[in-house]
Design a protein around this ligand. Structure first.
Ligand SMILES: *Cc1c(COP(=O)(O)O)cnc(C)c1O
Length: 443
């Protein structure tokens, strides 16, 4: 429950009026400090911790390459391509009648191996970290030994005594369920009402216990937490507060930097980088944005994108209340086709870290996401799930609503040399029939 009176909150933050009437808005973060470094936020989150996460993923790569043949080509590194989407750029320009200068790129986490969404970064990382800790403590292997050993019967039998629990709107459950089951853990996914049937069915096929709730994501998380508290052998992956998830996502940034280098794309004072990240509870976009800040410093501007029906991070950051406010406090029903973003209360941990680092948040309606979904499929032959289209309107919104922001940052004369990256957060696992339904407007 909200401790503050709604009337006085709307007085202090007049933009809330628009949020409550479900209008699309851009909120520019008044606390954003382009010079802010990454090291003040949280003691245990820093570049050393990101490097440690990257090293752990590297150690596990031989195991992953064996266990998931689709990663053999990348030698067990779970990474996605980045591509130029010029056709889509033309669509955005003509549809919204704006000039979009600079390059427009799509970061294709929709095609990440194993679970087809951005959760293949954080979710899988946290499971691996937990598995490594248990195995090392039990003396099953040492850090120097080949991690292919994680596929051995001995290790699997050992993990079968342990369980993992998580609450999810769908995609986090998929990535954690698939990796945990592969390692031999017992795993329970507590799914909110927004979760799609096919995600539950797929997990059950893999031997994962799926518990369904008629209510929203926060309760699903709560149930997972309770399960773990009553069982000392159970490890709970806490989407609302997990530093490991955050770090797993953050590893994306240094890899992105290498990809941009390989494409001869410069990021510096004359070539600003704008990144548009769909946001649910905040861990995925927060981790990526944090990593990007570490890699690109004052030359990167990250924006979070949320559905008009679930703008939890925007209201938390705007009011400074973070997880002290939920969309239901504003009378917002949180009904959205963007299931990956169907979250009513943002992570306070992430919101606080992002305070000086995030340029802003904007909202987008379901209709717009679904229109952009069809356009991207038709023009570029790329299918994304609805959530993943939230970022696509970013360059348009920045151009239309962000002129004061660009002027303040001294960027308006630099837009022709800017790079815009739309982070495509999911899509490849969506079954064909459902893809057809989205494309035909029947879902
Ligand atoms: C989970 C998810 C997000 C957002 O990540 P959070 O960590 O919940 O903020 C965005 N898009 C898709 C497709 C997702 O599954």
């Amino acid at each position: 429950m909200l401790n503050v009176k709604l009337g006085s909150l709307v007085n202090d933050f007049p933009d809330l009026e628009k949020v409550m009437t479900l209008q699309e808005i851009l909120w520019v973060n008044g606390k954003f400090n382009v010079q802010a470094g990454i090291n003040h936020a949280d003691e245990s989150i820093n570049q050393i911790a990101i490097d440690d996460a990257a090293g752990r993923l590297q150690r596990f790569a031989p195991f992953i390459a064996n266990a998931f043949p689709e990663t053999a080509l990348s030698k067990g590194i779970i990474e996605s391509e980045i591509m130029v989407i010029n056709e889509m750029k033309s669509v955005l320009k003509s549809r919204y009648d704006v000039a979009i200068e600079g390059k427009l790129l799509l970061k294709c986490d929709n095609a990440l191996p194993i679970s087809g969404s951005i959760k293949a970064r954080g979710g899988i990382y946290e499971v691996l970290k937990h598995a490594e800790k248990l195995a090392l403590e039990a003396g099953l292997l040492s850090i120097e030994e080949p991690y292919e050993l994680f596929a051995s019967e001995k290790v699997r039998a050992f993990f079968s005594k342990y369980s993992i629990a998580v609450g999810s709107t769908g995609n986090l459950g998929l990535s954690i369920g698939i990796m945990s089951a592969k390692l031999g853990f017992q795993v329970t996914v507590h799914m909110s009402a927004d979760a799609k049937e096919w995600k539950k069915a797929l997990l059950r096929e893999k031997g994962v216990s799926v518990v369904e709730y008629e209510t929203d994501y926060s309760l699903a998380v709560e149930k997972g937490r309770e399960q773990a508290e009553s069982d000392p052998m159970c490890y709970f992956i806490d989407d609302e507060n997990s530093k490991d998830l955050f770090l797993g996502y953050a590893v994306a940034a240094s890899r992105l930097k290498s990809q941009l280098n390989a494409m001869n794309i410069i990021v510096d004072a004359e070539h600003p980088l704008f990144v548009y990240l769909p946001c649910g509870v905040g861990g995925g976009p927060g981790g990526v944005a944090y990593g990007l800040k570490s890699e690109f410093g004052e030359h990167v501007y990250s924006f979070f994108a949320e559905p008009t029906n679930a703008p939890c991070m925007m209201i938390g950051m705007m009011t400074g209340l973070h997880d002290g406010i939920a969309v239901e406090d504003l009378g917002i029903e949180q009904k959205t086709e963007a299931d990956g973003l169907a979250v009513g209360r943002a992570s306070g941990f992430v919101g606080r870290i992002m305070e000086p680092l995030l340029a802003g948040c904007y909202t987008i309606t379901d209709d717009e996401m679904l229109t952009l979904l069809r356009e991207l499929k038709v023009r570029e032959d790329i299918f994304l799930e609805p959530s993943a289209l939230a970022g696509m309107k970013g360059p348009v919104i920045l151009e239309k609503e962000g002129q004061a922001f660009l002027a303040k940052q001294g960027l308006n004369m630099k837009m022709a040399s800017a790079t815009h990256i739309v982070w495509a957060t999911g899509g490849n696992m969506v079954p064909d029939e459902l893809q057809e339904q989205y494309l035909n407007g029947k879902y």
